[in-house]
Design a protein. Structure first.
Length: 350
């Protein structure tokens, strides 16, 4: 009996050792595959790190983000999630550098756009096809998304009124705009630290206009204000908030041009393409300013339940992100808070 007991114990120990070695080998293989993916990511996006320590740190962040991308894929099954230009940034770094909507936005004091008829709206609509949208831009590691959303709405509105597509200066807003929210005087536009599109519209109206990109080019950091009134290209006559009814947002989009909106960017760090329709996405944590340029339904029929509508959204993270700089988001559900801070602008020649 004693010999049998010793044999069983020895056999059990052998199994434990074998399993531990196998687990170690599996983990090593996973790490090796992960590092291979990381090196491919570095080569694709031209990433370089100043030290071995930084390399190891970014590798760890990358592996964590791959796990998060896999989780996002489960939560957002109609989109594709994976490696993006931001896969070596922690979630906190990503939000600090590449979003930028001030957290306590209030629209109670803003004029509301009049209700528009919604019958007869086209099933698909895209301002890009009509020439009202400039190329996809890159805000860089600067929380100035609000500035790009602002210029995008102004560019579209001015195109509709004049037939001219003018590439406007985000840098002027980053350098010169200190406008504060009327109801919360502490929520002021602050360059790369964040801002609000409605604040920016008011700044442009009071300043007398925005220069174009050629005369005031983007550098992605805040500097001294160099605005010259005589160089202003486009001004703001007025602006208004749009009701949170997505049919009204559609009607305003079709009638008045691209719309400045905010979204919760929780799923965007890992987004590659497809229609984002996450099972969970807070409507309250709106932290990123983008531009609504259209909507559609073609090609999106999940579970064979027929075509489902989606918004077409222009981002400011270059054309190497998402669908050539754009992404699509489920329409009609207030998804990720897209309906909470939509605003339209009327422009004039400065």
């Amino acid at each position: 009996m004693a010999l049998l007991f010793i044999f069983l114990v020895a056999s059990s120990c052998s199994l434990v050792v074998t399993f531990a070695e196998e687990e170690k080998n599996v983990l090593l293989q996973v790490t090796e595959r992960g590092e291979e993916s990381f090196v491919m990511f570095m080569n694709k996006y031209g990433k370089k790190y100043g030290s071995r320590e930084e390399y190891i740190h970014r590798l760890g962040v990358f592996l964590s983000n791959m796990k998060r991308a896999a989780m996002n894929q489960v939560l957002d099954p109609f989109a594709v999630h994976g490696v993006t230009p931001f896969s070596d940034l922690s979630q906190e770094e990503f939000e600090a550098f590449y979003t930028g909507i001030l957290p306590s936005y209030s629209s109670n004091s803003l004029p509301t756009a009049p209700q528009l008829p919604v019958d007869g709206l086209p099933p698909d609509f895209d301002w890009r096809e009509k020439g009202a949208v400039t190329h996809v831009k890159m805000q860089g590691a600067c929380g100035a998304c609000w500035a790009f959303s602002t210029t995008g709405a102004m560019e579209g509105a001015y195109f509709i009124s004049s037939g001219k597509l003018v590439n406007l200066s985000e840098q002027q807003l980053v350098d010169c705009d200190h406008m504060c929210d009327v109801e919360s005087r502490t929520d002021c536009d602050d360059g790369c630290k964040g801002g609000l599109m409605t604040n920016a519209f008011e700044y442009v109206r009071e300043a007398g206009g925005l220069e174009d990109e050629n005369s005031y080019p983007y550098v992605g950091t805040r500097g001294e204000c160099k605005f010259e009134r005589e160089k202003a290209a486009v001004g703001v006559l007025n602006f208004s908030k749009i009701s949170m009814d997505e049919d009204q947002i559609s009607a305003n989009l079709v009638r008045n041009g691209p719309i400045a909106v905010g979204v919760n960017a929780a799923f965007l760090q890992t987004y590659i393409g497809g229609v984002s329709c996450p099972l969970i996405c807070s409507k309250r944590h709106v932290n990123h300013g983008v531009l609504l340029v259209g909507y559609g339904a073609k090609g999106f029929a999940p579970l064979r339940l027929g075509n489902r509508p989606f918004w077409i959204i222009k981002n400011s993270w270059s054309d190497r992100w998402g669908e050539h700089g754009y992404y699509r988001l489920c329409k009609g559900h207030g998804m990720c808070g897209i309906h909470t801070m939509a605003s339209a602008v009327v422009t004039t020649e400065a």
